[in-house]
Write a protein that binds this ligand. Structure first.
Ligand SMILES: Cc1cc2nc3c(=O)[nH]c(=O)nc-3n(C[C@H](O)[C@H](O)[C@H](O)COP(=O)(O)OP(=O)(O)OC[C@H]3O[C@@H](n4cnc5c(N)ncnc54)[C@H](O)[C@@H]3O)c2cc1C
Length: 406
């Protein structure tokens, strides 16, 4: 489908007649696999070498809907033995009444979600790609590693992507649809993109911890006055996401291991006994952010590039996967001549608007209500958790929201 390149000095121009994905992270790659499975040819441009992110231990909480998508794409079968099912979610608040427990068995589900490391997921996706592209007469799925996109311009006829490949060759490629899945890290300054950001002034400290008691497949969400703490069962230990004001995270990040574990025990309470060891501590600034575009056709933004959420409810990655699936369905339904047209993209964006907005509002609500020091808010919080414990419809809504985004 890609025309033979025409080269002039150090600049190569190619014209691509199919979609091009910028960014081969989990969302971009799930989209690539979904398109390939639907007979839509696709090219992926990824800045890093293949496998560079395999050592990334960041814990992703996969919702039931995401698990089903990965199963259809032949990815789930490759990580099944490495994922940790979440059978119970325990939600509580520090120094306050009210707690709730959501149990998979109460909803006839094998698990409420699954925890997998970012690197393991990418490795399984790469293996699935290798298998499908090796098949005779497979729909083309080309991935170019060490290929960093520098610019994206859009006109009435198509999009032009400027990138440099591993050999240092500069290329300009035209495509009817450029799909930005770069995680929001590099292309937001492109003219025509508009970013709205709410900085919380909070950071997340991420590590893994060993505890006195085994995790028993329980995920804990503990709301403290500084911010939420999440403990996700991951293999034989927990992955910890401890959030709070940047100055507070500065303080706990600087503690030696024994003092850090003691501070965690004090903030989290005694539900898993003592914390006995922890891994290297990484930190990330937290923000709620949305990237939109002013041009109607030939470019679209998905995944973390489109929306970055506070990790408090483990929603971000799952919303990104739903973007990928909806876009693949949209391209499959659209005649080739109309790929990337304003009509196609308007319908796609409308189909995703509610889910994205609700995801952003839901996480923002949790952060505001559960990180607030006011006595009245504390009482409301306790009431909310207490009500959640006894109202089956509300609990059902929460499970559906976290599993399928609806
Ligand atoms: C502390 C923390 C904890 C989190 N915990 C959870 C959780 O528990 N559950 C959950 O669902 N989500 C969680 N998230 C969010 C989750 O990490 C993201 O939703 C997910 O990584 C998004 O995937 P993506 O493919 O959109 O972007 P990314 O994973 O960021 O991938 C983007 C890819 O694009 C490539 N790229 C970037 N720029 C260019 C360029 N110019 N040219 C070519 N390639 C480029 C990058 O190399 C990368 O491979 C967490 C996030 C943080 C920060």
């Amino acid at each position: 489908m890609t025309q033979p390149p025409t080269t002039s000095a150090s600049l190569t121009c190619t014209a691509c007649t199919h979609p091009v994905i910028i960014g081969g992270g989990p969302v971009g790659m799930v989209l690539a696999l979904s398109l390939q499975a639907r007979g839509v040819p696709v090219t992926v441009l990824e800045a890093q070498p293949q496998g560079a992110m395999y050592p990334d231990h960041r814990a992703l909480a996969l919702a039931a809907g995401t698990q089903q998508v990965l199963e259809q794409l032949g990815v789930w079968q490759r990580i099944q033995s490495a994922v940790t099912p979440i059978e119970t979610i325990h939600i509580s608040q520090q120094k306050g009444l009210g707690r709730t427990r959501l149990r998979a068995q109460d909803y006839g589900m094998p698990a409420l979600g699954y925890v997998v490391s970012y690197g393991q997921l990418l490795q399984a996706i790469d293996a699935a790609v290798k298998e499908v592209t090796a098949l005779a007469h497979a729909t083309p799925l080309h991935i170019h590693y060490q290929t960093a996109v520098q610019d994206l311009t859009v006109n009435a006829a198509n999009a032009t992507i400027a990138f440099t490949d591993a050999t240092g060759l500069h290329t300009q490629m035209t495509t009817p649809l450029a799909i930005v899945a770069d995680g929001g890290r590099s292309l937001e300054r492109v003219s025509g993109f508009v970013r709205e950001t709410k900085l919380y002034g909070h950071d997340a400290l991420v590590t893994h911890v060993q505890t006195q008691s085994a995790h028993a497949n329980i995920a804990y969400e503990r709301f403290t006055l500084h911010g939420p703490i999440a403990l996700l069962p991951n293999g034989d230990r927990f992955s910890l996401v401890w959030t709070g004001e940047a100055t507070y995270i500065d303080r706990i990040a600087a503690l030696d291991e024994a003092d850090f574990l003691a501070a965690l025990h004090q903030a989290f309470g005694d539900r898993v006994g003592q914390f006995t060891a922890c891994g290297p501590r990484l930190r990330f600034p937290l923000k709620l952010s949305k990237l939109s575009q002013t041009f109607p056709a030939h470019a679209v933004i998905i995944g973390n590039a489109a929306q970055t959420m506070h990790p408090v409810a483990g929603q971000g990655f799952n919303v990104g996967i739903r973007d990928a699936v909806a876009l693949a369905q949209s391209l499959e339904r659209t005649p080739v001549a109309a790929w990337g047209s304003a009509t196609m993209l308007t319908t796609y964006r409308q189909s995703r608007a509610k889910d994205t907005e609700r995801g952003l509002l839901f996480t923002d609500f949790l952060v505001n209500v559960f990180s607030n020091d006011l006595v009245a808010v504390g009482a409301l919080r306790g009431l909310g958790l207490g009500l959640l414990e006894i109202l089956p419809n509300t609990r059902q809504w929460l499970i559906r929201k976290m599993s399928y985004g609806r």
